[in-house]
Design a protein around this ligand. Structure first.
Ligand SMILES: C[S@@+](CC[C@H](N)C(=O)[O-])C[C@H]1O[C@@H](n2cnc3c(N)ncnc32)[C@H](O)[C@@H]1O
Length: 375
């Protein structure tokens, strides 16, 4: 058994430092990535309670997140068994907590009062999954689910060990599901190029309707993408999206999905205090990020128009106008061959100045999607 406590602490620490999305960071861990993700998200749900415990090192350091993870474990199962192969850091953190923190209030809290999820826990059910089988599996785990407005996206009452649900679908937030749901509402088949694809959630979702090619620049993230996507017959390319766009052949792709690196400010809005403290999305490199987003989208649209692409989606898990509507306005001004297409009428939250676009403003699941159609 690997030391998932240290791995979860590392993932949460990197997530806080905006190295990447929590899911991708956990999946990048060497061993038991799914268990690490389940633990990390459970800690996030419990974070408001854990951070109020007196005596911990409140400095947002790796050590702080290690303490938070172990407090969560202490509260749910007791401190990890000494016989497990725990790292020196985990053993030291347990000793620190035992010596410096009053653990009694944690023991006294009832789990029901403690586990108040901050963000909804979404699950995307595969199209091939029978709802009856899925419901039966959840019943066995004592978990309930509620349907969203999309028939294959549900909210789970709590997070089960992810391996138990692997046959039925994927953990994927409703915001992250939106780009492919938008495409599926316009066309029902075709070829799709996902330009910034790792860790592969949208490529996997898209592969249920389209023939998908998934492109990723970062070698480490590409390896995760490949491991997840190749078994689903998705072609994976490890290259810079700018080069891949240059290599598109005429009529090779009907659709381009562009979900580039962003500030991830939408994933932080579940903890307003933390977001403000970090000044998420308003940091000095926002400008650099926006330049990248504008350049790559413009290139995808320009080449796409030449090579017969019919639709391009642009999405971010940011809630900033600068990374969303302003990027859309910039490219529409620069390239007159494309127009915005109205998507998902039934989705109520729309773009700030463009009712064609969709936004998700739910805490922790902030998202934006625009779909362009070739005129
Ligand atoms: C927001 S994440 C994509 C998430 C993914 N669409 C999913 O749903 O799982 C952005 C990805 O773009 C990749 N990326 C950044 N610049 C790139 C480039 N120039 N070419 C290809 N991929 C790039 C990053 O490494 C990162 O994996």
């Amino acid at each position: 058994m690997p030391d998932i406590y240290k791995q979860a602490a590392e993932s949460l620490f990197s997530f806080q430092n905006r190295v990447g999305g929590l899911k991708a960071l956990c999946l990048a861990q060497n061993s038991s990535p799914s268990a690490t993700y389940a633990l990390s998200t459970a800690v996030m749900d419990n974070y408001e309670n854990l951070k109020s415990i007196k005596g911990i090192t409140c400095d947002n350091s790796m050590n702080y997140f290690h303490q938070i993870v172990l407090l969560h474990e202490f509260q749910t199962n007791g401190f990890p068994n000494k016989r497990l192969r725990l790292s020196k850091e985990t053993r030291n953190t347990i000793s620190f907590l035992k010596a410096n923190v009053d653990l009694e209030p944690l023991k006294a809290m009832k789990p029901a009062a403690v586990f108040k999820p901050v963000a909804n826990r979404y699950f995307r059910i595969f199209q091939k999954t029978s709802l009856t089988e899925f419901a039966a599996a959840l019943k066995e785990l004592n978990i309930t689910f509620t349907q969203t407005q999309f028939k294959n996206v549900v909210v789970l009452s709590e997070l089960p060990p992810s391996a138990k649900l692997t046959p039925f679908g994927e953990f994927q937030s409703i915001g992250s599901c939106l780009p492919v749901l938008c495409f599926q509402s316009i066309v029902n088949k075709g070829t799709l190029l996902d330009l910034c694809a790792a860790p592969g959630s949208k490529s996997l979702q898209a592969s249920e309707s389209f023939t998908v090619t998934a492109n990723e620049l970062d070698k480490r993230r590409f390896n995760i993408l490949k491991k997840r996507c190749e078994p689903q017959n998705i072609t994976c390319i490890n290259a810079d999206a700018f080069d891949t766009i240059d290599r598109i052949r005429s009529n090779q792709f009907d659709l381009i999905l562009l979900d580039p690196t962003c500030s991830s400010s939408g994933t932080y809005n579940q903890d307003k205090a933390l977001a403000q403290k970090l000044n998420v999305g308003k940091e000095k490199d926002l400008e650099k990020l926006v330049t990248f987003q504008k350049t790559i989208l413009l290139k995808a649209l320009t080449k796409g128009a030449e090579k017969g692409v019919k639709y391009v989606s642009y999405s971010t898990c940011s809630i900033n106008d600068e990374e969303n509507e302003q990027v859309v306005e910039f490219v529409l001004e620069q390239n007159k061959k494309w127009k915005l297409v109205n998507v998902l009428d039934e989705w109520e939250v729309r773009g700030l100045r463009h009712k064609e676009c969709v936004r998700c403003e739910e805490p922790g699941n902030g998202f934006f999607v625009a779909v362009f159609q070739r005129k």
